[in-house]
Design a protein around this ligand. Structure first.
Ligand code: GLN
Length: 470
């Protein structure tokens, strides 16, 4: 029996139709049957079985937390005390977390069961999971195709029924794009809505953790648990988070804008375009206002994103020097060879490319031409986006211009790969929340997704809209 919602699991647990050890056993079996998909880097089998017995007894005693019955996977860049974490990189070989991330603490407090750590692109840099040091994740709908990335394992684990939900991270689309490639819901909250404490940093002013689920209800429940202020993260919003599950959406017709270039751009597959147009027609026929707008900064989004995120990455990743964490080169004999050889051998090619690019855009001679210019365009994107939200409630677009592509199809062409993020990076640059929702399949049966963005801080409203309309 494959469950899609926590509510159904909980009702079977309460009625005695199911026990938690049975449920965990089912997930472990599904994981075993699907090892070829390469979604898990490590399965916490024994521990999950023990937790199942513990939570089961809390359920009988009537004092279990809100997430009792939720079996969840975490992306391999989210720290869990006394567990390995590697960001899918060789450079963190053997490293064990000394503390848990805030999200993990909060999940455990509410009795979720964490079943394993999930494969991803190395340091969350990628859009296909092919940059993992541990190999690509295969799409469950067609194993010759990519999972999407960087949270590929987080998406496929849920798609294939290996866990009910997962947590990923999204710097430029890494939750939404793989969720869309796998026919799931994926949410990138407003920047700062969820603590980044214990998330391995890629680009700190963009990074955010978020859930991948099979239903909006579970998304709301998870957000209720993990969102909110945190003393350990000064960039987390200090405002107490509203209740996602109980948020009441105004009963009115909504105003949607869609950026017309997102449907007209070269490279948008016709099935994706048609599915989005169909959705627009449906919303209109239900009485909502849906209007095309122009966003002339669209061509600048990818350059701005890659200038700023690589700059931040070059700084964040400087701590991996063969000294404190994980891997040290066998050929290291002094300070210089320790740093140089450990970094050369420990990082994969995409990570090296980004460190070099980021170091270049921050270098004294080029700082103004690239880094500081990109910061200015970032501000323009934020201002323009805010002004769209003065006239509209939501912005609609496809999540990705294509459905899941073939493994290897784009791996030699970084620019083609970077364009996979063209519609998702907008929300990260502007800091606003964005959700991907399943929107049918193409002629190959591959899932299509569409994205809705809302104004900054309107996360609960966005999820509530999704629940009522789609
Ligand atoms: N694909 C984008 C990148 O490679 C987004 C990654 C992410 O959101 N972590 O940077």
């Amino acid at each position: 029996m494959i469950y899609q919602k926590l509510k159904d699991i909980q009702s079977d647990l309460f009625s005695g139709k199911l026990t938690l050890p049975e449920l965990v056993g089912q997930y472990l079996k599904t994981i075993e049957e699907n090892t070829h998909l390469n979604a898990f880097l490590e399965v916490f089998s024994e521990e999950a079985k023990i937790r199942a017995i513990e939570v089961e007894s809390k359920l009988s005693a009537g004092n279990a937390g809100k997430l009792a019955g939720m079996v969840i996977g975490i992306k391999d860049n989210i720290c869990y005390k006394d567990h390995r974490v590697s960001a899918s990189s060789k450079i963190l070989d053997g490293f064990v977390s000394e503390y848990s991330s805030t999200v993990v603490e909060r999940l455990l407090e509410q009795d979720a069961i964490i079943i394993g750590r999930l494969n991803c692109d190395e340091f969350a840099m990628g859009a296909s999971n092919e940059n993992s040091a541990f190999g690509p994740v295969l799409n469950f709908a067609d194993s010759t195709r990519v999972s999407g990335g960087s949270s590929g394992g987080a998406a496929v684990s849920v798609q294939a029924g290996m866990c009910l939900a997962s947590l990923g991270s999204d710097t430029g689309g890494s939750i939404r794009q793989p969720a869309s490639f796998c026919g799931l819901y994926g949410f990138k909250p407003t920047y700062g809505k969820i603590s980044r404490w214990g998330l391995i940093a890629y680009a700190s002013s963009f990074d955010i953790i978020g859930p991948i689920t099979q239903s909006i209800e579970d998304m709301q429940l998870l957000m209720d648990v993990i969102a909110g202020p945190d003393d350990y993260d000064a960039t987390a919003s200090q405002v107490k988070s509203e209740s996602f599950s109980e948020f009441l959406l105004e009963n009115k017709k909504h105003k949607f804008a869609y950026i017309k270039e997102t449907l007209e751009a070269d490279g948008v597959e016709s099935a994706v375009k048609e599915a989005t147009e169909k959705l627009i027609e449906k919303l209109k026929s239900e009485g909502h206002m849906v209007e095309p707008i122009s966003f002339d900064l669209l061509p600048s989004l990818i350059p701005v994103y890659y200038t700023l995120t690589t700059a931040e990455a070059s700084s964040n990743l400087s701590r991996f020097a063969g000294m404190h964490y994980g891997f040290r080169s066998n050929s290291a004999v002094d300070l210089e060879t320790t740093i140089k050889n450990s970094r050369s051998e420990g990082f994969g090619p995409e990570v090296k490319r980004r460190i070099m690019l980021g170091t270049f855009v921050l270098s004294a001679g080029y700082y103004d031409a690239y880094y500081s210019k990109a910061q200015k365009v970032r501000r323009l994107v934020q201002d323009r986006t805010a002004s769209i939200f003065e006239s509209y409630d939501f912005i609609l677009s496809p999540t990705s211009p294509t459905t899941a592509f073939k493994i290897g199809e784009k791996s030699d062409n970084p620019i083609a790969m970077y364009l996979a993020d063209i519609f998702t990076v907008h929300a990260n640059i502007a800091g606003v929340p964005a959700l991907t929702i399943p929107n049918g399949v193409d002629s190959n049966g591959m899932p299509i997704g569409f994205q809705i963005m809302a104004n900054s801080g309107e996360d609960a409203k966005l999820l509530s809209l999704a629940k009522s309309l789609f």
